[in-house]
Design a protein around this ligand. Structure first.
Ligand code: 5AD
Ligand code: SF4
Length: 474
């Protein structure tokens, strides 16, 4: 599982009460009640919160960006590392005074931590009223009713079919230009370090037609970029029950790319064992499929990769990178790296550093290993690399990645890229920010007539390790 959104971010729903047309009595009552959602963890979790918001909105509930006026607070949680769980627990403590002040306030825990801890959550955290796992969101209205009647509501049933295919997500925290589309759920990979197969269940793919229609709808509403999300997008496989035909990921990519040449298509995350030349060729043939692949290596050592049950080795990974370079010469690759996995030696660590250099990642998400209860590694291997060493290795990895990213970005100076404008830059309203196809963030001075959602040509003039700066050229 390799999806990210490392920073806690409030997900805020636009108030869409006005779009609720026919309300039954319950729903009319619900309109006066507001929910607030906060999300942690990966992009999939943020995308799930948009499904939750849509389900609650269908029930007539309004949404709010102000936690103080909420009647329901939902926290969509992550279990990937111990630290992720700690920050959720800390955040729950902040809700105590709110609940004290407003006893009828309902607090719901959603997502991976809900799934991992199940009813234990209700025992450990008295203030929680609802616990719902990633496949139980359709049951939220029912769980809310239970909570209102004074019962705690829990549903952590994992499904083999649920893809929320028919639900049109309520776009949260939106810039109106870029959106996520979830194309599959769950994961069958069983990487030994990973909790995701236990929290998100078995892999299942969503119907390609509903994906294409969601992309089309977004395009009509002015969006210009979609990111297809899945724990392992390359194993996307949907069997059309009417025709018995199978759509694979390469075919799906092509279908979405054909929605409109002005709609950029991205995807995350790829698995080195599954990314095929067919996918790479589809990327090369469609200019609007972005030339960027997040291809987590996890470790550069074949011995560690075997213990991680990644099912590829160093040579296989290098071969995939070579295929990318050959088929899509302008493609940029990024990675996830775990350091200090069970039994990792200095020599293994060196192989990771060496791989980072060789692969020339534009950026990486870097972590030290955090043992997760119930995973194959926790059951079979000893977490024997001391914390001090894990931290020292992680520092070394981060330092190297910064150097590589810096070098990467310096080499872009003087080049001109097509950039999709996403909105104002964080630092100044005189500046726009946007990305090129290779997913590099570019900041540049505004020019008359240009607005978010437009494509512009930008020439790069300077660079740091995180951002490129440039100017619009004709
Ligand atoms: N400890 C540290 N990092 C982990 N990841 C997944 N599980 C763990 C763990 N137990 C990292 C992997 C994955 C990313 C989303 O999080 O690098 O790709
Ligand atoms: Fe996403 Fe759940 Fe994995 Fe966290 S544990 S990264 S929320 S799938």
């Amino acid at each position: 599982m390799e999806l990210h959104n490392s920073h806690q971010q409030e997900l805020i729903a636009e108030d869409q009460q006005g779009s609720v047309l026919s309300l039954d009595r319950d729903k009319e009552f619900n309109v006066n009640r507001k929910f607030y959602i906060e999300s942690y963890g990966c992009q999939m979790n943020f995308s799930d919160s948009e499904i939750v918001a849509a389900i609650l909105n269908q029930e007539g509930f309004g949404s709010t960006r102000n936690i103080e006026e909420a009647d329901m607070i939902f926290i969509n949680t992550c279990s990937i590392r111990e630290k992720a769980e700690e920050s959720v627990r800390k955040r729950l403590k902040d809700f105590r005074p709110l609940k004290k002040h407003k006893p009828e306030l309902t607090i719901g825990v959603l997502g991976c931590m809900a799934e991992r801890l199940k009813s234990k959550f209700l025992e450990e955290e008295q203030l929680v009223d609802i616990v719902a796992g990633p496949d139980a969101y359709r049951d939220l209205p029912n769980l809310l009713k239970k909570a209102e009647d004074g019962d705690k509501g829990i549903n952590v049933f994992l499904s083999r079919e649920e893809t929320y295919a028919d639900i049109s997500p309520m776009r949260l925290d939106e810039n109106g230009v870029t959106a996520f589309i979830s194309i599959m759920r769950g994961c069958d990979n069983m990487c030994s370090f990973c909790v995701v197969p236990f929290t998100r269940g078995r892999e299942r793919s969503r119907s390609s037609y509903t994906i294409v229609s969601e992309a089309t709808d977004l395009f009509m509403r002015g969006y210009r970029e979609v990111t297809l999300l899945g724990q392992n997008v390359d194993s996307y496989k949907w069997l059309n029950p009417e025709t018995n035909e199978i759509t694979n990921f390469a075919q799906l990519l092509e279908m979405v790319a054909k929605v409109n040449p002005l709609l950029r298509v991205r995807f995350s995350t790829s698995h080195p064992k599954d990314i095929t030349d067919e996918v790479l060729n589809t990327m090369a043939q469609n200019p609007n499929i972005c030339k960027y692949i997040h291809l987590p290596v996890q470790s550069g050592s074949s011995r560690i990769l075997e213990l991680m049950n990644r099912t590829y080795d160093r040579e296989w990974y290098k071969n995939r990178i070579q295929a990318i370079r050959q088929i899509i010469p302008d493609c940029v690759v990024s990675s996830d790296i775990i350091t200090g996995f069970c039994t990792e030696t200095t020599a293994d660590h060196q192989e990771t550093l060496n791989m980072m250099e060789w692969a020339n990642y534009s950026m990486s998400y870097m972590f030290y290993y955090s043992e997760r209860p119930g995973t194959p590694a926790a059951k079979k291997l000893k977490d024997d690399v001391p914390l001090e060493i894990k931290k020292a290795r992680l520092n070394e990895i981060i330092r190297l990645q910064n150097q590589i990213s810096h070098r990467h970005n310096q080499s872009e100076i003087g080049k001109t890229f097509e950039v999709l404008i996403e909105g104002n830059s964080k630092r100044s309203t005189d500046m726009f920010k946007g990305r090129n196809s290779q997913n590099k963030m570019i900041v540049f001075q505004k020019k008359a007539h240009y607005k978010a959602g437009d494509y512009v040509m930008v020439k790069i003039e300077s660079a740091s390790s995180a951002t490129l700066m440039g100017s619009i050229v004709n």
